[in-house]
Design a protein around this ligand. Structure first.
Ligand code: ADP
Length: 317
């Protein structure tokens, strides 16, 4: 019987699951959105990923969870923080990455990666919605547009205006006033995305900008967020296939590492690992954390996430 490793990213908005086989190949993956921090979302994503892999949970020998709700999962053998898992997953997808920008539903993080593929520094915004996917969700609702369409509409703007409020609630008021003044929806939405880009550039400056820059997280699917971020950073972002699955992939890789340890070593990493993000940077990795893969991990077409084409480098040749 083959032993599989499972990574679960229990995010604020979506649940993501990646299953790796013993060779480290992606056997199954899924993303599910069933409401904020939803158990049901995890169950749905888990069932879909298992089905893709053609296995049952009994074939999974090790589960590592990460993300906002990671401690809520009884099924997990170990929890590891988001920075550690996102960095690991992003480097597995793009081994040459030196900066990872992850913009999810509830937070945005920028991680500087050292030459060995390990976390060197990171900066995170998780105190308010500014600069996160939630900010975009609130403002899409305010202008009565589907989240999936807002990026495309913003790109049609031929001019921009400024949104000065960082807080989503105040920004919503500002957006409504602009619309009342006759400013068009594309122009207003362009300003919303520009605001996200400006906020993210501030985080990048805190860790130090270096190329290549990889973007992960759900907001990587938003073409205008990518466009304005590229302009603000004056760099082309690499957006790998499976960008939204990077955290779950990182967790699955840690689970796979664990499978290769003996019981005593496994108990050791089980105790000490969860608060890596709280340590002063630069941080060292757990014994099993071989960061750089020899070759990138590729999500096969069965993966549920497919990036939309933008001027950024999406996917791999
Ligand atoms: P989390 O891990 O916090 O649950 P994700 O990385 O899954 O967050 O990202 C969720 C965010 O991604 C949403 O808030 C939304 O802004 C954005 N998003 C997800 N899917 C799409 C899409 N198809 N088009 C545009 N934006 C999207």
């Amino acid at each position: 019987m083959q032993r599989y490793a499972m990574g679960i990213d229990f995010g604020s908005t979506t649940a993501k699951v990646v299953i790796l086989d013993a060779e480290g190949e992606v056997a199954g993956s899924a993303i599910s959105q069933k409401g904020a921090v939803s158990d049901e979302g995890v169950r749905v994503a888990q069932a879909e990923a298992l089905q893709q892999a053609g296995i049952t949970q009994a074939d999974v020998a090790r589960v590592v969870s990460t993300g906002y709700g990671r401690r809520m999962l009884d099924i997990a053998d170990r929890t590891i923080t988001e920075i550690t898992c996102h960095a690991r997953g992003a480097v597995a997808l793009v081994p040459e990455a030196r900066v990872v920008i992850d913009i999810g539903g509830q937070d945005s993080k920028v991680i500087a990666i050292d030459a060995n593929g390990l976390v060197a520094r990171f900066a995170m915004n998780d105190r308010c919605a500014a600069g996160t996917g939630k900010f975009l969700e609130v403002l899409a609702r305010a202008v009565n547009i589907e989240l999936e369409q807002m990026g495309g509409i913003a790109l049609a703007a031929t001019e921009t205006v400024n949104i000065t409020s960082m807080c989503a609630t105040f920004a919503e008021t500002e957006v409504i006033s602009l619309l009342a003044e006759g400013v068009t929806k594309p122009v207003v939405l362009a300003a919303v995305h520009q605001s996200i880009a400006n906020r993210t550039v501030g985080l990048v400056a805190r860790v130090g900008k270096r190329d290549p820059v990889v973007m992960t997280g759900g907001v990587a699917q938003n073409v205008a967020a990518v466009h304005y971020l590229q302009k603000a950073l004056d760099t082309q972002l690499i957006i790998p296939d499976g960008a939204q699955l990077a955290g779950a992939l990182g967790a699955a890789l840690f689970a796979l590492d664990d499978l290769q340890l003996d019981d005593a070593e496994r108990r050791k990493v089980q105790q000490g690992d969860d608060d890596l993000d709280d340590l002063a940077a630069p941080q060292s990795c757990a014994p099993a954390c071989a960061a750089k893969q020899a070759k990138p991990i590729v999500f096969k077409p069965h993966a549920t996430t497919t990036a939309q084409p933008t001027e950024a480098t999406h996917g791999r040749a």
